[in-house]
Write a protein that binds this ligand. Structure first.
Ligand code: B12
Ligand code: SF4
Ligand code: SF4
Length: 362
């Protein structure tokens, strides 16, 4: 917490709870085998014996004995994606709104002039502080990861008592809600025998709001996602054309999706983050689609360099904007879509043609 996290926990690896570890390994393997990882090849990597690297922490990191899981609140003051909004605007996922003042003296409450930040850097910096403090007391092997490590962070977070895995597959903390980003430190330190590890109780109860609200039916059952249908996958990870049957349900989401968290009752009273580096950039909230569409390479760099949106690159963002324009039904977008239809990028051109047809038929 001193390093700037909002909550944290520890779990043992491959020892006390090996039965639960096997259940998780089985779930992960079944998930990959069912094709639910889509084109995210990094999730399907295997070791020399063919075991999925992410199916257990000790598969890729044999010396691992424990995992410290840290969580950072990124909840920002601002509307929910499900609130009424002008039809000519898109939606960028909340976690990608983040920024920091351009210089240390600036007034942090002035959100108009923030420099983009990326949660990977925000969490990794804090994890390194914890790691350094730990190594001072207990020399050991450690690895810090945010997203990229060969492990399922949410499964670790649930075991470390950070929260329970909701039916929307997100980790939810009873006090903080689910607007949490996770980082882990894998260590070679065993958890002392007799130490009771806290596992958070599942508090979803009979609620099914997230499953009912998901526009693409990506939540195929409680706690189970077909990622190849999730709007976050389609708009951020998926290269090439987005499957046609999923374009309409994407609605106005141009980067990621917050719907299954917006409807979650555990987020109603989620506290606003005071974390340095996680301030909301006002321009990211309900951005005008024609503003995003008009960005050339220099403008894209200006607004998104250092932000998670940089990862999608400009052409893929424009592919998503074209689809959102089509879904808006707004004829004012026709000229932009016609210009894109003549683009030398076949994916963008085809998305623009689809969007024009959709506007003309609405
Ligand atoms: C790939 C990935 C995605 C994919 C697939 C998501 C998915 N559900 O798997 C896509 C691109 C769709 C995605 C979307 C998002 N992601 Co993402 N993603 C990841 C990543 C890199 C790997 C996840 C993974 O391994 N998935 C494989 C499946 C099988 O794992 P899982 O769903 O977590 O399932 C495990 C548990 O649920 C458990 N389990 C399964 N069934 C059951 C049943 C019960 C009863 C229990 C108790 C447990 C349980 O076992 C499973 C296997 O071990 C992680 C970082 C990491 N390294 O872990 C971030 C991560 C999960 N993503 C994160 C975020 C923030 C998002 C988005 C909110 C971003 C956005 N706004 O667009 C959305 C959320 C969508 C959603 N409802 O989950 C955060 C989640 C934080 C949190 N509070 O939960 C993570 C941890 C990144 C981080 N460092 O903070 N993501
Ligand atoms: S993030 Fe959106 S598309 Fe993905 S499961 Fe949640 S509601 Fe469905
Ligand atoms: S919306 Fe309901 S079912 Fe879904 S995660 Fe939240 S509490 Fe659980």
């Amino acid at each position: 917490m001193e390093a700037g996290f909002d909550t944290a926990g520890v779990t043992a690896v491959g020892t006390s709870d090996s039965n639960a570890d096997q259940v998780d390994a089985g779930r992960f393997a079944a998930w990959v085998a069912a094709g639910r990882a889509g084109e995210m090849e990094y999730l399907k990597r295997r070791d020399d014996e063919g075991v999925l690297l992410r199916s257990g922490v000790q598969v890729a990191i044999p010396w691992a004995q424990s995992v410290i899981v840290c969580a950072l609140n990124y909840n920002a003051p601002g509307p929910l994606s499900i609130a009424p909004a002008p039809s000519d605007t898109g939606w960028i996922a909340r976690y990608a709104w983040s920024g920091r003042p351009a210089n240390a003296d600036a007034d942090a409450s002035q959100s108009d002039d923030l420099v983009p930040t990326d949660y990977h850097d925000q969490l990794l910096g804090r994890l390194r502080h914890v790691e350094a403090a730990l190594l001072e007391c207990f020399p050991c092997e450690t690895r810090c990861y945010v997203d990229t490590g060969p492990l399922v962070e949410r499964a670790m977070a649930a075991k470390a008592g950070v929260g329970w895995i909701g039916k929307n597959t997100c980790v939810i903390n009873q006090e903080l809600g689910s607007w949490l980003l996770l980082g882990v430190i894998v260590t070679s330190l065993p958890v002392a025998k007799g130490v009771e590890l806290q596992i958070a109780a599942d508090r979803c109860g009979s609620c099914t709001r997230c499953i009912d609200a998901c526009p693409t039916d990506a939540l195929v059952a409680p706690h189970q996602m077909d990622a190849s249908r999730c709007i976050a996958y389609l708009t951020i990870e998926k290269k090439g054309p987005i499957p046609e049957d999923l374009r309409e349900p994407i609605g106005r989401q141009v980067f990621g999706c917050d719907i299954c968290q917006d409807v979650c009752p555990w987020n109603r009273r989620a506290p606003i983050s005071a974390n340095e580096g996680m301030l909301a950039r006002s321009q990211m909230v309900n951005p005008a689609l024609d503003w995003l569409a008009g960005m050339d390479a220099a403008e894209f760099k200006r607004w998104f360099k250092g932000s998670p949106v940089e990862r999608t690159r400009r052409k893929r963002l424009h592919r998503n904007v074209a689809i959102a324009m089509g879904n808006s039904g707004d004829r004012r977008f026709t000229a932009q879509l016609e210009a894109w239809a003549a683009s030398d990028d076949p994916v963008l051109a085809e998305a623009a043609e689809w969007a024009t047809r959709r506007i003309n038929s609405s």
